[in-house]
Design a protein around this ligand. Structure first.
Ligand code: NAP
Length: 308
C-alpha cells in the first residue's frame, strides 16, 4: 500500500505568496505546512513601507505586514517549520521534499520560494558586506545616520529604499547605468523632488573601497569610459533579483531565466505541484500579485486533492 503523506499541502517559502496560499489551504480544511528557510515574510521584510497594497490607506511597514500575515495563518492552524529544502521527489501521488533537517510528504506542493537580490559582483562587495555594503535599507539604514550613502539601481526598489534612507542619511546618491529610471513615475517624481537625493547617470561601480568600513566607490562613466572615485559611507544594492530554484532543477520545468513555468491556475509541469509569486514565470513581482497567485495556487491544490 502506498505511504500516506503527512500533509495535504506543503508550501515551500513563507513570503506573501506562500502565506496567502497557506491561509486559503488551511481554511479549505487541508492540513497545511509552510517550510521557510530564513524568516517568515519574504521580500516584504526588506521593504520599508508598503503603500500600494489595497486596503491600507496609510503606509504599513513591511515587517509589520509580514507579522499580520503570520498571525492570520497561525490563527487558522497553518504549521510552520524552518528548514532549507534541497531536493524534490515529485513522481506519483505522494510528493516528497528533502530538507537539510528532515523529509516531508504531501499530496500537493506549492512552490513560493521567491527570489534573492542580485549582487554587483565587483571587488570589495563581499569584503565589505555588513560593513557598509547592504541589500536592505530597512535592516541597516539606521547605521548610516547623518552619513552619505549610495544606492545602486534605477528600479522601484532602488527608489523606494533610497527615499527611505533620506530619513536618516545626510545624502543619498543614486548610481544608475542609464540616464533614465525604470521605477514607476510616482517614485521617480518623489526621488527627483527630494533635496537629499542626487543622481549619477550612465555609471557603474567598478570597485568598493575602504579601511574596515566602506570609504569610497570607484565609478566608470559608461559613455565616456572616465573613471572617478567618490567618497561614501554605504552602498545599498538594488539591481533586481533572481529566482531561488536550486532545489527544483530537474524536478519541474523552468524558463530560460530559471523561473517556474506555470499556467494561469499556477499548475507547473508536474500534476499536484503549483508555483506562485516571484518564483514563477511572468510574475508582476508586486505584493498584491504574489498574494493573488498564492490564492490561485491554493485553490488549484484544493481541486487537485479533492477532484483528482
Ligand atoms: P528591477 O525593476 O528589475 O530594476 C533593477 C534595476 O537595476 C534596473 O534599473 C536595472 O537597470 C538595474 N540593474 C540591473 N542589473 C544591473 C547591473 N548588473 N548593474 C547595475 N544596474 C543593474 O528590480 P527591482 O527594483 O528590484 O524591482 C523588482 C520588482 O519588484 C519590480 O517589478 C518592481 O516593480 C517591484 N517592486 C515594486 C515596488 C513598489 O511598487 N513600490 C517596490 C519594490 C519593488 P536598467 O533599468 O538599465 O535595466
Amino acid at each position: 500500500m502506498a505511504e500516506e503523506p503527512t500533509y495535504d499541502v506543503i508550501i515551500i517559502g513563507g513570503g506573501a505568496a506562500g502565506l496567502a496560499a497557506s491561509i486559503y489551504s488551511v481554511r479549505a480544511m487541508l492540513k497545511t505546512l509552510v517550510i521557510e528557510r530564513q524568516a517568515i515574510g519574504g521580500q516584504i521584510l526588506y521593504t520599508g513601507e508598503v503603500e500600494n497594497y489595497p486596503g491600507f490607506p496609510e503606509p504599513i511597514a513591511g515587517p509589520d505586514l509580514a507579522m499580520l500575515y503570520e498571525k492570520q495563518a497561525t490563527r487558522f492552524g497553518v504549521e510552520f517549520v524552518y528548514d532549507t529544502i534541497t531536493r524534490l521527489e515529485l513522481d506519483g501521488p505522494v510528493k516528497k521534499l528533502i530538507g537539510e533537517e528532515g523529509e516531508y510528504t504531501a499530496k500537493a506542493v506549492i512552490i513560493t520560494s521567491g527570489g534573492e537580490h542580485n549582487k554587483l559582483e565587483v571587488p570589495g562587495e563581499d569584503e565589505f558586506a555588513g560593513r557598509g555594503v547592504s541589500y536592505c535599507a530597512t535592516c541597516d539604514g539606521n547605521f548610516f545616520r547623518d552619513q552619505d550613502v549610495t544606492v545602486v539601481g534605477g528600479g522601484d526598489a532602488a527608489m523606494d529604499e533610497g527615499l527611505y534612507l533620506t530619513r536618516m542619511a545626510s545624502s543619498v546618491t543614486v548610481v544608475h547605468r542609464r540616464e533614465e529610471l525604470r521605477a514607476s513615475k510616482i517614485l521617480q517624481q518623489r526621488a527627483f523632488d527630494n533635496p537629499k537625493m542626487s543622481f549619477v547617470w550612465n555609471s557603474a561601480i567598478k570597485e568598493i573601497k575602504g579601511d574596515g568600513d566602506v570609504k569610497s566607490i570607484v565609478l566608470e562613466n559608461l559613455k565616456t569610459g572616465e573613471i572617478s572615485e567618490q567618497d561614501t559611507n554605504g552602498v545599498f544594492v538594488y539591481i533586481g533579483f533572481h529566482p531561488i530554484n536550486e532545489f527544483m532543477i530537474g524536478a519541474v520545468n523552468l524558463d530560460a531565466a530559471g523561473h517556474v513555468v506555470t499556467d494561469i491556475q499556477m499548475n507547473t509541469s508536474v500534476p499536484g505541484v503549483f508555483a506562485a509569486g516571484d518564483v514563477r514565470t511572468f510574475s508582476e513581482r508586486q505584493l498584491a500579485n504574489a498574494v493573488g497567485d498564492g490564492v490561485a495556487a491554493a485553490l488549484s491544490a484544493y481541486r487537485y486533492i479533492t477532484e483528482g
